[in-house]
Write a protein that binds this ligand. Structure first.
Ligand SMILES: NC(=O)c1ccc[n+]([C@@H]2O[C@H](COP(=O)([O-])OP(=O)(O)OC[C@H]3O[C@@H](n4cnc5c(N)ncnc54)[C@H](OP(=O)(O)O)[C@@H]3O)[C@@H](O)[C@H]2O)c1
Length: 179
């Protein structure tokens, strides 16, 4: 059966699916959000999907890593990445404002239970603000050595650090491919 999804064409464009359909509401948590992969590839790709009308209107990103950044700092740094690496150019102010209002950031340590509790509280706020309905996509943009630590905290149940992070509705975990 053909898969009806957006695909890269190989010449820098995204070919929309024959019957485009918007993704369901979701909050994407990027572990390692201050790193190169997030700024160079992940967030510019999300911006392109939004510009193509393929992201849910009820969508948000919560970046999580050690660097102490405010939401505004994070948005500023992601803006640079989008301007340099997004395929959809030029990046107009209206499109950027709409997209960036869904970008949030939380600093923390991947091996610290209290960081996960703070993260869970932020996700609950994001659900209220953006209507993301408890759906979660966890993207691991970290060195591979850290994957087991995050997965242990994220999925151990019924310990508080895990259960607060497990989305009630839909939860997906994606890890970055290593070089
Ligand atoms: N860069 C690419 O284009 C690319 C392409 C394909 C695959 N990858 C893979 O993607 C992954 C990330 O690569 P990258 O180039 O983005 O690496 P990077 O620039 O070194 O970024 C790593 C990120 O992980 C965070 N981090 C690391 N250890 C942490 C810890 N113990 N607690 C909290 N945060 C921690 C860092 O946070 P702080 O800096 O805030 O401390 C930073 O945000 C790697 O597995 C890499 O092999 C990267």
């Amino acid at each position: 059966m053909p898969v009806d999804i957006a695909l890269p064409t190989g010449n820098g464009q995204i070919r929309p699916p024959a019957r485009p359909r918007q993704a369901p509401p979701v909050a994407v948590v990027i572990f390692g959000a201050s790193g190169d992969l997030a700024g160079r590839k992940l967030v510019p790709a999300l911006f392109d999907l939004q510009q193509a009308g393929l992201l849910a209107r009820r969508f948000a990103v919560l970046g999580f890593s050690r660097s102490a950044l405010s939401d505004e700092d994070f948005r500023g740094s992601m803006r640079e990445g989008v301007q340099r690496f997004a395929r959809h150019k030029p990046v107009d102010e209206r499109g950027w404002q709409e997209f960036s209002s869904a970008l949030h950031y939380q600093c923390g340590q991947f091996d610290d239970p209290s960081s996960y509790r703070v993260l869970a509280d932020r996700l609950a706020e994001i659900d209220r603000e953006h209507g993301t309905a408890g759906n979660r996509l966890f993207y691991l943009a970290t060195p591979p050595e850290v994957f087991p630590v995050i997965i242990r905290y994220r999925s151990r149940s019924p310990k508080p650090t895990a259960s607060v992070l497990a989305g009630d509705i839909t939860t997906r975990l994606v890890r970055s491919a290593t070089w």
